[in-house]
Design a binder for this molecule. Structure first.
Ligand code: GLN
Length: 290
C-alpha cells in the first residue's frame, strides 16, 4: 500500500488498504476494517464511528504490517488470532485450519440428531475426529450439556490450540483431547462420530489456503478421499448400535463418500445435506447396526 502522510485519517488509511487488498480478497473493505480495529485495539464499531480521526503512528505501523501479510494471502483469522464459529470466538493460528462457516451445517445436524435421540439427562458420547482448533467439539459441548466428547488429532500442535479453546469456553471437564490417528485413540465406542477430515486435493485448492493453512488438515490424497476410506473402514467398530456418523465433505464428493458409507454401513440410512450456499456439505449415516 502507498504511504499515507502522518496525519492520515482512519478513512484515508482504510481506502488505501482496500486498494492493496482488492486483488487477493473477496472482502477487501471488511478485511481492512477488521485489521485496522485489531491494530488500534478497538472494536470495528468504534473504528466506523471515528473514521475522520487521525491514526496514531504505532497503530499505523502495525496496520501496514497486517495489510502486507493479508496481501500475501494470509487469512485474516491468523492475523488477528481469532475466528467466530457457531456464535463462539475461537483462538486460531497457523497450527490449525481456520473454522469455516459451512462447517456449521455439521453442527446443526449433530445437535438436531442428539436432541431428538437423547433427553437432557442422558449422557451422550461423541467423538470429533481431527478436531484441529476444537471448534466442532467445543460448539457441541456448549450446546449439549449432557455430552462427553473425545476430540482426537494427529497433530499435538493442533491439540495445544484446541486446549486453549476448550478452556476458554469452560468445557474442559467434558471434552477429552487425545493425540493419535483418526479413531485409534478412542478408549470406547461412542453414540455419535463427527469429523471434518482433510478432503482436498492440494494442487486444486485456493493458493492462499495452500500457502498458509496446515496441509495435514487439508490433504485428502490424490483424489481427496483417502481419509474417508480409512475413517469409514474403521468407524463400525467405534460406534454403538443405533449411533450415527456425520462427515463434512467437499462440494463434489457426495457420490463417492455416500458409496463408501453404504459399503461400511449397509443397513444404515445414508443422506447428504447441503450448506447455506446450496453445496453438498455433510454426509450423515443414521441408525447404524454394529
Ligand atoms: N473447506 C476447506 C477448504 O476448502 C477444506 C477443509 C478440509 O479439507 N476439511 O479449504
Amino acid at each position: 500500500m502507498t504511504s499515507p502522510n502522518a496525519q492520515a485519517t482512519l478513512a484515508q488509511t482504510l481506502a488505501l488498504a482496500v486498494e492493496a487488498l482488492r486483488d487477493v480478497s473477496d472482502t477487501p473493505r471488511l478485511d481492512a476494517e477488521i485489521l485496522l480495529a485489531h491494530a488500534l485495539g478497538w472494536s470495528r464499531a468504534r473504528v466506523l464511528a471515528r473514521l475522520q480521526e487521525t491514526i496514531p503512528d504505532d497503530a499505523l505501523q502495525a496496520f501496514r504490517v497486517l495489510v502486507l501479510r493479508r496481501a500475501a494471502c494470509e487469512p485474516v483469522a491468523y492475523l488477528i488470532g481469532s475466528k467466530e464459529f457457531y456464535g463462539l470466538e475461537f483462538f486460531v493460528d497457523r497450527r490449525v485450519l481456520v473454522p469455516r462457516p459451512e462447517t456449521e451445517t455439521l453442527i446443526d445436524a449433530a445437535l438436531e440428531w442428539a436432541r431428538q435421540r437423547f433427553s437432557p439427562h442422558d449422557t451422550l458420547l461423541i467423538a470429533d475426529i481431527g478436531t484441529g482448533s476444537g471448534c466442532i467439539a467445543v460448539a457441541l459441548a456448549v450446546h449439549l450439556p449432557n455430552a462427553m466428547i473425545y476430540a482426537t488429532d494427529l497433530s499435538s500442535d493442533a491439540l495445544t490450540v484446541a486446549r486453549q479453546n476448550v478452556e476458554r469456553h469452560g468445557v474442559a471437564d467434558r471434552v477429552v483431547l487425545l493425540c493419535g490417528d483418526l479413531l485409534a485413540p478412542l478408549p470406547q465406542s461412542v453414540d455419535l462420530l463427527v469429523s471434518n477430515p482433510p478432503y482436498t486435493v492440494l494442487d486444486a485448492i485456493d493458493a492462499g489456503v495452500r500457502l498458509h493453512e496446515p496441509h495435514l488438515a487439508l490433504d485428502g490424497g490424490s483424489d481427496g478421499l483417502a481419509i474417508y476410506r480409512r475413517l469409514l473402514a474403521a468407524a463400525p467398530q467405534a460406534l454403538r448400535p443405533g449411533g450415527a456418523l456425520m462427515l463434512e465433505i467437499g462440494a463434489t464428493q457426495a457420490e463417492a463418500v455416500t458409496a463408501l458409507a453404504r459399503r461400511a454401513f449397509p443397513s444404515a440410512a445414508v443422506r447428504v445435506l447441503r450448506d447455506l450456499a446450496g453445496w453438498d456439505r455433510v454426509v450423515t449415516v443414521l441408525n447404524v447396526e454394529c
